[in-house]
Design a protein around this ligand. Structure first.
Ligand code: HEM
Length: 148
């Protein structure tokens, strides 16, 4: 019972943190980004990866150590819909991560380098789609928790 409660609390807090990080990335990644801004973006993007990894660990722990037992989730369509949505969000985050790392590597080699407006808006499009698909996850989660 206590394990279930603690896992649920950790799950919810990490989810809010992940969404907040996504919002921060969208606020920081603008055409007027500076060299320092690029460095900060790389740090926050690394935090995004760590938090997403923790969500997977806590989420999977909820499946196996939660009150309902894993059989409940394995047979739930909304659980699998939620997993697919989370996987899509994860796949969509690859391109921004690679771009941010490449920009920082290039800026370290070439003083004065900053990504072009087109490159920035390309990556922002990925972040927007990620944030939109992310919103489907709590919808599937609520359905899953109630046996739909
Ligand atoms: C591998 C990733 C994940 C796994 C395995 C997982 C698994 C779970 C499990 C087992 C529950 C308990 C449901 C119940 O009470 O029966 C849960 C609840 C929940 N999850 Fe996840 N989760 C994952 C990722 C996420 C993400 C990324 C979000 C982002 C929004 C999320 C949002 C929620 C919410 C809002 C609930 C509470 C649902 C409710 O009680 O109404 N989960 N999750």
């Amino acid at each position: 019972m206590l394990t279930d409660l603690l896992l649920a609390i950790a799950h919810h807090l990490l989810i809010f943190i992940l969404f907040a990080i996504l919002a921060v990335e969208l606020v920081w990644l603008k055409r007027d980004i500076t060299r320092d801004g690029l460095r900060r973006l790389a740090k926050v993007d690394m935090a995004y990866g760590i938090v997403a990894g923790l969500i997977v660990i806590i989420g999977v722990s909820r499946v196996f150590f939660g009150l309902k037992g894993y059989e409940y989730y394995v047979e739930s369509h909304s659980f699998w819909a939620k997993m697919v949505a989370f996987l899509i969000v994860g796949l969509l985050s690859i391109k921004p991560t690679l771009a941010i790392l490449a920009w920082n590597r290039r800026a370290a080699r070439e003083p004065g380098f900053l990504p072009s407006a087109a490159e920035i808006s390309g990556v922002r499009r990925y972040l927007h789609i990620e944030a939109t698909i992310f919103l489907l996850i709590p919808i599937f989660a609520a359905a899953m928790a109630r046996g739909y």
